[in-house]
Design a protein around this ligand. Structure first.
Ligand code: NBG
Length: 802
C-alpha cells in the first residue's frame, strides 16, 4: 500500500498539527504548554520525513545495492528541528501557523554524542550521503550522557553532566523488540579447524533506536541507528530489595546499562578503561548483527556480502568489527577462514584521524583475554597469517616484523588497533593531503611500503546546508541572489560565480553589512575585527600562542599603541583529565578579566570566552567571524573542519601550513590567506635538533614581557604559582614550538591589521574565500569515498502517490 504524501498547504499543516496535539499529546491549543507545542511541532515535521523514509526504505531494498555503513563512536548531529523544517520544506508553514514559533523552537536540544571534529564530520557525511541518494546507515551508541556541559568557576572549567534528556526526544524512534545479544568474558571451546565456540560469561542486550537523516532537495531519508545497553534478564532482585539492599537489588541492571551511560570526554588519549573497550565491542557487535539481518532480506550467499556491504571504520574505536565479523562468519555461520577473511577485508575500510602517537589506541592483551577471549584468538590468527606475509616480503627482517606486528611484544603486551585496522581492510585513508602523506611516511610507513595501493587520501568536508544556509541565512540569501538560484546548496562549486561580484562595490557593502548584523546577533562589537579560535583545547592546537598575542597586544596598548579594535573570541572544551589544557583555559579567562576591566584598553581589545562550545554555539559564532585562527603546529592537525566552515562564511584564515589549511590556501589563493610559522619539515628538524625555547625568550623583548607578565602574576593578583606550570612548559620543553613561532605570528597579525584597515580590500578577500571554498563541501567528500573506496551508487527514491 502506498502512503499518501502529507499535504503541503498551510491548512494541511495546521490540521496535522492540531490533530497531533489532540490525539498524541492529549491536550488542546488553549491548555498546551510550550513543551506540548514543541513536541507536537516536532512530530508533525517528523511525519513528513517518515513518509519519505518509508519510500526510501522500499526503493533501497528493491535496488539491493551496495550499502554504506558508517561505524562511529561519536556523532555531533546538532539541533534537529530547524534542519528538519528546512529539509521538509515546512519552515514557512510552521512560522505562519505558530506565532510563538521562536520560543517553541528554543526548546530543541542538541544531542552531544561526540567530542569534536571526528563526531561532527560523521554527521556531515551522513547529511551528504542522504543528499546524494546513497543508501546508508550510520551506527553509533546512544549515550545517556553526552559530552559534559562546561561552565567556568573563577575562570576554571567545571564539568557537569549533560542534561540531554534523550528521554522523550521526539526525533528518536525506539525499537525495544529488536534487541541484539552481546557477550562478554567467558571462555572458548574447541571446534573444527579454526572454528571455535565462545561461551560468554555475561550477556547484555543492545536496544536500537534511530533518528532520521533527511537529504536536502531529494526524497531520500536515511537513518542513524544508535544502540543502548539493557540488562539481559529482568534482573531486579526482589529478595535483596525486601532485605533493604536497594543498591544490590538493581546491581545487574546498572552494570549492564553502564555500557552506554557516558561518552568518553576525550578525543585524543586512551583512558585505558575496560568500560571503553566494552563500549567499542558493544557498538560493533550490535551493528554487525543488524547488518547481517538486513543483508539476508535479499541475499543468501555469503560470497556476495562484500559486494553488498561497505563498512567505514571512523578511527580505531570501531576496529573490533574486524575480528567480530570474522567470528560471526567462521564460528556462527560456518564460513571457512580464508573466505571469511576475503569477505572481511573487502567489506571494511578505515579512516585515521590523527598523527599523535598517544591517540593511536592500544589495549592490554590481558584485558582483551578476559573480556573478549575469542576475539583475542582471532586476532592472534590474523596476526600469524599477516606476519607470514611480511616475512615473505622481507625475509629475515625481524625488526620490521616486530614493528608491524598487531601485538606489541615486551612486558606490557598490547593489541595495536591501528595495525589491525590496516591489515583487516581494503583501504586506509587520512583526512587531508598532508595528513595522508605523513601517515604513509611516518605513523604507518611500514604498511604503506608493503601495500601502497591500500593508502589514499580523502580530504574532509562540511555540509553547506547546516553551516551556511541554516547558520548564516543572511549571507545565504545574498549568495542565492548573486548566483541567481539555490543550486549551490547541493553543488557548492557554483560559489565560484561569486568571484566576479567581489569587484562590485555595492555587493561588497551588503556583504559587510551582513557581517555586522551577524556580529550584533552574537553580541560582539559590530565595528571591531572579530578574531575567533573555536575548537577543542589541546596543546598542539596552540591556544597559548593566540593568548601570547593577546597579552602582547594588551601591553602595547598600555604603552600607548592604538591598534585596530579587535574582539578575540575563544570557545572550546578541554578533556576533564587534561590538566595542561585546563590550565590554559584558566589563563585565558584570567587575561580576559584583566583586559576587559581596563577602560583604557577597552576601545582596542576585548576578550570573550563563552562557555560550553557545541554545534549550536558554532552556528552562532562562525557567521560573525572575520578572522579564523588555525594555528596548530605544522604536522599535528590531521585536517580541521572548523577552518572550512569559517572560510566558507567569509572569514580570512590566519594559519600554519597544517592539515586542510594547505588545501584552503591553495584554493583561495596565497594572497587571500595569512600564512605564518614553521612548516612541517622545519618543525620536525627543530624538534629533533637542539631546540632551546629560552633563546627565543632571551632575544625577543615583547615575548619576554608577555611571558614575564604571566609568570609574575600580572593576571593572577600577584600570585606566581597558579600559572607557573604553563610558563615552565613553554620555557622548558615547549613541545609544540610556541615560542619558535611567536614572532612570525605577531608579524602576520600586524599585517592582518593593515589589511583590515582597508575595508574594501578585506571584503574582497572575504568574498573570494567563500567563492573558492566549494571544494570543502562534504558532498564532494562523499563523492570521493563513493568513487574510490565504497564503490557505491545512488538509488533514486520515487515521488509519493498524489
Ligand atoms: C580529528 C582531528 C581533526 C579532524 C577531525 C575529523 C580526532 C581523533 N581527530 O583535525 O584532530 O578534522 O578528526 O577528521 O578527533
Amino acid at each position: 500500500m502506498d502512503l499518501r504524501a502529507l499535504g503541503t498547504t498551510p491548512a494541511d499543516f495546521e490540521r496535522d498539527l492540531l490533530s497531533n496535539l489532540y490525539y498524541q499529546r492529549g491536550t488542546t491549543v488553549e491548555s498546551a504548554s510550550t513543551q506540548d507545542m514543541y513536541d507536537t511541532l516536532a512530530v508533525t515535521v517528523r511525519d513528513r520525513l517518515s513518509e519519505r523514509r518509508a519510500r526510501t526504505a522500499a526503493a533501497q531494498y528493491e535496488a539491493n545495492p551496495r550499502w554504506v555503513y558508517y561505524f562511529s563512536a561519536e556523532y555531533l548531529l546538532g539541533r534537529q528541528l530547524e534542519q528538519n523544517l528546512l529539509y521538509s520544506v515546512t519552515v514557512d508553514l510552521a512560522r505562519e501557523t505558530l506565532n510563538d514559533f521562536d520560543e517553541i523552537a528554543d526548546l530543541d536540544l542538541e544531542p552531544g554524542l561526540g567530542n569534536g571534529g571526528l563526531g561532527r564530520l560523521a554527521a556531515c557525511l551522513l547529511d551528504s550521503l542522504a543528499t546524494s541518494d546513497i543508501p546508508a546507515v550510520g551506527y553509533g551508541i546512544r549515550y545517556d550522557l553526552g559530552i559534559f556541559r562546561q561552565s567556568f568557576e573563577h575562570g576554571a572549567q567545571v564539568e557537569r553532566p549533560d542534561e540531554w534528556g534523550f528521554e522523550g526526544n521526539p526525533w528518536e524512534f525506539r525499537a525495544p523488540d529488536n534487541r541484539q545479544p552481546v557477550g562478554f568474558y567467558g571462555h572458548t571451546e574447541d571446534g573444527e579447524g579454526l572454528r571455535r565456540r565462545w561461551i560468554p560469561g555475561e550477556t547484555v542486550l543492545g536496544e536500537p533506536s534511530h533518528m532520521l537523516v533527511p537529504g536536502y532537495g531529494t526524497d531520500t531519508v536515511n537513518i542513524v541507528r544508535l544502540w543502548r545497553a539493557r540488562a539481559a534478564r529482568q534482573s531486579f532482585d526482589l529478595t535483596r530489595f525486601a532485605a533493604g539492599q536497594y543498591a544490590e537489588a538493581v546491581q545487574e541492571v546498572v552494570r549492564s546499562e553502564n555500557i552506554s551511560k557516558v561518552l568518553y570526554p576525550d578525543d585524543s588519549t586512551e583512558p585505558g578503561r575496560e568500560l571503553r573497550l566494552k563500549q567499542q565491542y558493544f557498538l560493533v557487535s550490535c551493528s554487525l548483527r543488524d547488518i547481517i539481518r538486513r543483508f539476508r532480506f535479499r541475499n543468501h550467499d555469503w560470497s556476495t556480502f562484500a559486494a553488498k556491504t561497505a563498512i567505514q571504520l571512523n578511527d580505531t574505536h570501531p576496529v573490533l568489527a574486524i575480528p567480530e565479523l570474522m567470528r560471526l562468519l567462521v564460528d556462527e555461520h560456518g564460513v571457512d577462514w580464508d573466505q571469511a577473511w576475503k569477505i572481511t577485508r573487502h567489506t571494511f575500510a578505515y579512516t585515521c584521524h590523527t598523527l599523535l602517537p598517544e591517540a593511536l589506541e592500544t589495549w592490554p592483551v590481558a584485558m582483551f583475554e578476559r573480556l573478549l577471549p575469542r576475539h583475542l584468538e582471532i586476532i592472534y590468527a590474523i596476526n600469524m597469517f599477516f606476519l607470514r606475509d611480511v616475512e615473505a616480503a622481507y625475509p629475515g627482517d625481524a625488526e620490521r616484523i616486530r614493528r608491524m606486528s598487531i601485538i606489541s611484544e615486551g612486558d606490557d603486551r598490547r593489541v595495536r588497533m591501528a595495525h589491525l585496522a590496516v591489515v583487516g581492510t581494503s583501504f586506509t585513508n587520512g583526512v587531508a593531503e598532508l595528513h595522508s602523506k605523513l601517515l604513509a611516511e611516518t605513523t604507518l610507513r611500514d604498511f604503506a611500503e608493503l601495500w601502497p595501493e591500500r593508502f589514499t587520501n580523502v580530504t574532509n568536508g562540511v555540509t553547506p546546508r547546516r553551516f551556511l544556509r541554516m547558520a548564516n541565512p543572511r549571507l545565504s540569501d545574498l549568495i542565492t541572489e548573486g548566483l541567481g538560484g539555490e543550486q549551490w546548496l547541493t553543488d557548492l562549486d557554483r560559489l565560484r560565480g561569486l568571484e566576479k561580484l567581489a569587484d562590485d562595490a555595492s555587493f561588497r557593502e551588503r556583504w559587510r553589512e551582513i557581517k555586522r548584523l551577524n556580529k550584533a546577533e552574537l553580541a560582539v562589537d559590530p565595528a571591531a575585527l572579530t578574531d575567533v579560535m573555536i575548537k577543542r583545547f589541546h596543546e598542539y592546537k596552540r591556544q597559548l600562542l593566540k593568548l601570547l598575542h593577546v597579552v602582547t597586544q594588551y601591553q602595547r596598548i598600555k604603552d600607548g599603541a592604538t591598534p585596530v579594535p579587535r574582539t578575540v573570541l575563544f570557545a572550546g572544551k578541554a578533556a576533564p583529565g587534561y590538566q595542561a589544557a585546563k590550565a590554559i583555559i584558566r589563563l585565558i579567562n584570567a587575561v580576559g578579566d584583566t583586559v576587559n576591566a581596563d577602560p583604557g584598553v577597552a576601545p582596542y581589545l576585548k576578550v570573550v570566552f563563552p562557555p560550553n562550545y557545541n554545534v549550536s554555539l558554532a552556528e552562532l559564532i562562525i557567521p560573525a567571524a572575520d578572522l579564523s585562527e588555525q594555528i596548530s603546529l605544522a604536522g599535528k592537525e590531521a585536517s580541521g573542519t572548523g577552518n572550512m566552515k569559517l572560510a566558507l562564511n567569509g572569514a580570512l584564515t590566519v594559519g600554519t601550513l597544517d592539515g586542510a589549511n594547505i588545501e584552503i590556501r591553495d584554493r583561495v589563493g596565497a594572497e587571500n590567506f595569512f600564512l605564518f610559522g614553521l612548516n612541517e619539515d622545519q618543525a620536525t628538524a627543530i624538534r629533533h635538533g637542539d631546540y632551546r625555547p629560552r633563546e627565543y625568550y632571551d632575544h625577543d623583548a615583547e615575548l619576554r614581557a608577555a611571558v614575564d607578565a604571566i609568570a609574575g602574576g600580572a593576571f593572577s593578583n600577584g600570585d606566581r604559582e597558579t600559572f607557573a606550570p604553563i610558563v615552565e612548559s613553554i620555557l622548558g620543553r615547549d613541545e609544540y614550538l610556541t615560542l619558535a613561532d611567536y614572532r612570525s605570528y605577531l608579524d602576520i597579525q600586524d599585517h592582518v591589521e593593515r589589511v583590515w584597515s582597508d575595508p574594501e580590500a578585506w571584503t574582497r578577500m572575504s568574498v573570494l574565500n567563500t567563492a573558492r571554498c566549494g571544494f570543502f563541501s562534504s558532498d564532494r567528500t562523499v563523492a570521493d569515498y563513493c568513487a574510490r573506496i565504497w564503490h557505491a551508487q545512488p538509488v533514486a527514491v520515487p515521488k509519493a502517490a498524489g
